[in-house]
Design a protein around this ligand. Structure first.
Ligand code: HAM
Length: 420
């Protein structure tokens, strides 16, 4: 018996209903905020992630699934989607016609993390990315859109955690202060952070090792180091959130696990999922498009973690499986043959049709139709075929209607979809 590999999972048909509901809710909402869907590949050159997410991040240092192509070039299963969307924006010269693009994408990501509840090696995200707008209103609008999204799914108890990560003008002073403070506390840091306090001190702020977490409690706050432009931007984001009555929590140590962020950074957190408490995260990345060889265009985006969201939504949103419109109970060889034809035609007409070709007794088939909550059952045996008529039973009212076999399709359609 071949089993799943560690950290991945099957999403079964009974669960897919909820996944689809969440994805469709996101698509409809995002499109009403001006987003259009983009589909980017799952495989990209490793260099794309090294240069965007950053060499000294957990993702790039330890978590990527990387392998050589037949030409010896390194290729990676994408650990996130932002880098690919930026690559497409540049490579397809999307900016040439209009620098402003609002794009969303849905799909699997891959990170070789230690699996636990809410943390998988193949997981799914909905990403939204905006290019070409530097106004702080768009930052607030994205966060607002996220809160509407969670509201539509009836998910409560979420908090917006908000920070600003500054820009290349003001961040160095903060990094310097942080690095000095970490050096003074070196003996309490884990081996990774001991190295990162010099190479990439911001990463120490989101280290999960308890010793490091205790140290960073006393770290300086980046918001105390913002330059005037960054401070003004951040103030307007906060005022715009207030204007739309979106509550948020100031999170001065929220740095996110990826290096490309500038200015606004945020996470949507829940208290209900234990350690894996972030259901969505994002922020501005004003320098990434240029850093990857594109024009200098500001950008901001976020990703929602669908796996965690499904866990949360399971208790809040009830999406029941759609029962079949019609169940065909066919008994006898000739009836099976005819029922095969009808089931194909009904499916083609968009009628949700169930037939199992099992040739069992009417009693057994009715039992199954009941279990599936079928709306109607079409009963046909070889005798009925000879007589040229079949019986359609409304399972709710128990009313039975005889339908002639010639013109059966339109007969069934007129009963099942009387208004069309
Ligand atoms: P991220 O914070 O790495 O950001 O991931 C976003 C969300 O994906 C997380 O909040 C979490 O819900 C989910 N997630 C991450 N890793 C896992 C995992 N191993 N298992 C299950 N769920 C997971 C990004 O990926 C950025 N690209 C977001 C972004 C878009 N920033 C700007 N644009």
């Amino acid at each position: 018996m071949i089993q799943l590999i560690r950290g991945v999972k099957d999403i079964l048909p009974s669960e897919v209903e909820l996944w689809k509901h969440i994805e469709e809710t996101a698509m409809m909402l995002f499109e009403s905020f001006g987003f259009r869907q983009i589909r980017v590949p799952i495989l990209e050159k490793t260099e794309l992630f090294q240069r965007s997410i950053g060499e000294h991040t957990d993702i790039v240092e330890k978590e990527m699934y990387t392998f050589p192509s037949s030409k010896g070039e390194l290729i990676t299963l994408r650990p996130e989607a932002t880098a690919s969307v930026v690559r497409a924006y540049i490579q397809q010269r999307m900016y040439a016609k209009d620098p402003i693009h609002k794009l969303y994408t849905i799909g699997p990501m891959f990170r070789k993390e230690r699996p636990q509840k809410g943390r998988y090696r193949q997981f799914y995200q909905v990403n939204a990315e905006v290019f070409g707008i530097d106004a702080p209103y768009i930052d607030a609008q994205l966060i607002y859109m996220l809160t509407v999204f969670f509201h539509r799914l009836h998910i409560t108890g979420l908090e917006v955690h908000l920070n600003s990560l500054g820009c290349p003008a003001c961040r160095p002073a903060f990094k310097q202060a942080l690095s000095e403070m970490l050096t003074a506390e070196s003996e309490a840091l884990c081996s990774d952070c001991l190295r990162r306090k010099d190479t990439n001190p911001l990463r120490v702020l989101d280290c999960k090792v308890p010793g490091c977490q205790a140290v960073v409690k006393n770290a300086p706050a980046i918001t105390d180091y913002l330059c005037d432009d960054c401070a003004r931007h951040f103030d307007t984001v906060k005022a715009a959130l207030d204007q739309m009555a979106v509550p948020y929590v100031m999170a001065p140590r929220l740095v996110r696990g990826l290096d490309y962020y500038t200015r606004t950074a945020f996470e949507i957190q829940t208290a209900e999922l234990g350690a894996q408490n972030a259901v969505a995260g994002g922020g501005r990345y004003d320098n990434l498009v240029a850093a990857l060889g594109g024009p200098s265009q500001p950008a901001i985006g976020f990703a929602i973690g669908l796996d965690r969201l499904v866990d949360l939504a399971l208790t809040k949103t009830s999406v029941s499986e759609l029962p079949p419109d019609i169940f065909i109970a066919a008994m006898g060889d000739a009836a099976q043959k005819k029922a095969f034809e009808w089931s194909c035609e009904l499916g083609r007409e968009g009628i949700k049709t169930e037939i199992d070709f099992s040739n069992r007794s009417l009693k057994a088939l009715m039992k199954r139709a009941n279990r599936m909550s079928a709306g109607y059952v079409l009963m046909v045996g070889d005798q009925e075929l000879k007589e040229g008529r079949v019986v359609l039973r409304n399972m709710r009212t128990k009313e039975q209607t005889e339908i002639g076999i010639s013109g059966i399709l339109s007969g069934i359609l007129s009963i099942l979809t009387p208004n069309t």
